[in-house]
Design a protein around this ligand. Sequence first.
Ligand SMILES: [Zn+2]
Length: 612
Amino acid sequence: MPQGLKPDTRVRKEIPEEYHWNPNHIFPTWEKWESACAELDALIEKLASFKGTMNQGSQHLYTYLQLQDRAGELSHRVWYYPALQFDTDQRRNELDAKRQKVQAMFVRFATATSWYSPEVLGLGWGTVEKWLAEDRELALYRFTLSELFRLQEHVLDEKGERIMALSGRFASTPPSIYSMLTTADAKHPDVTLSTGETVKVSHAAYGSMLRTLRNQEDREKVFRAHYGTFEGLANTCAAIYNSVLQRGWFHAQARSYTSVLEARLEGNAIPASVVNTLVSTAKAGTGPLRRYHQLRKKFLRLEKYHLYDGFVGLFEEQKKYPFRDVQQIILESVQPLGDTYVRKMEAAFHERWIDVYENEGKRSGAYSAGVYGVHPYMLLNYQDTLDDVFTLAHELGHSMHTILADESQPYVYSDYTIFVAEVASTLNEALLLDTMLEKSESPRERAILLQHAIDSIAGTFFTQALFAAYELEAHRLAEAGEPITADVLNQLYYGLLQEFYGDSIDHDELYRVTWARIPHFFNSPYYVYQYATCYASSALLMRDIQSSDQAVRQAAVDRYLNLLRAGGSDHPTSLLKAAGVDLEQPETVLAVVDQLDTLVTQLEQEIDRLAH
Ligand SMILES: [Zn+2]
């Protein structure tokens, strides 16, 4: 057995400290956190005292904006100190209480500054533009101020903005109920497999089981157990989801948008056609996806082929990837992005930025959380699988984006939008795949990696496009005042599965409840389509980064790193255009479909070769 495998224990304190992130980089003690909270409170009061004074000139406005940035920076730190610790053990009520204290402070922050937008808008763009031209310090805020005026027609009067700010407290309720229901309170069933082994079908373990269980009946058992949990919660989940939809529609209508989609996209000036084009192009391009599943069915010699058969390795893959070993491969894979990039990534491994393994009470999934002025933190539930290696590369991509943006941008422009975010993560995954394919010496291993690449496109691109189609239709129902029940959502989801997969799979009715187990639907509506558009963007960038022409390669790397450094200093579609990617062109989306077609053909050839 290789050294450094995942610990057997799920008890946090029995896992060596080097695999825990260190929240003390934010504050050394809870006392320091308390005094930072007090400082933030004082800043909030100070900001409130500026009310009614915005007409005092450009330097006055500049002073206000600087203070607001300081409060924003501080709020990151006071939030993440308890939030990160809560995520590693969600049973600790005292940490949840501290998070709630910060959430209440954020509402006070929003309420105390709710007068700002209407008051600055009241100055008129003419005045503000004149100030920007005259005052070199204020010019720093040109983009953010011009954005305020661009969105002017959706800003309410002072009374209206105050009501919107007050509604913030319960706007965050649906996702917290969903999270409590599905992580803290849901009972994960035990299942006895054909080997006689009894396993707990936890959220984190489910995906990994579908990838590794060779026996179709075992896969069906864990699928029924896991989806059974959500079927048992379906009515409650539908009620929560309805509140998410109604919340979105309330905000959209209150701000005079014609749809939730329009409201969600206008903030970043993204044309709604980007989402509609994505969905229709993906629906029309499912040919290679279906061909892949038919190839799998034949290769795995299955009479019936269900979605839960769609993830297991074509070959039995015993290889484990200990966390310590993969660090080197990942660092090597990002070498094309330059030495500086590699050196910065090394810090993540050596300075306890990552919480590596699953433990009791820990939040499922993986994320990277940037704490401006400190460093990004990454949460993983690392289980030593090939998939985990790619998740690690993915989150490191986000973290590197954060580091480059934080270094290059002032606080106000450090936060990049999700529309660009997944370019950085999926590009790192593509680089890793490249390195691993190159290193592989056997056709069998190449087939395994090709399968991984295909599964990435199937999962990242097609699944997320299907999710986007679901969100579009669910929101349209809410916008039309149609009832939203578990039955309605089940039917909607099931119909989309049939549209995407056709007769390439045997449809299982229990898959109807998939919508209930996707946290993104509840936490951040109209988020997932961006995985698909970002996948297309990074596929285009990768083409040039891998070019045989050195000049083309270097220019592409420069464009790409500039995109990361730009953070949120401009509209995401403009930043991407500067990097050479135009998402308004359907060709960008089609590039992914073509790429999948090529990969499936390559896999067919490798399998043919292995059979002879
Ligand atoms: Zn991501």
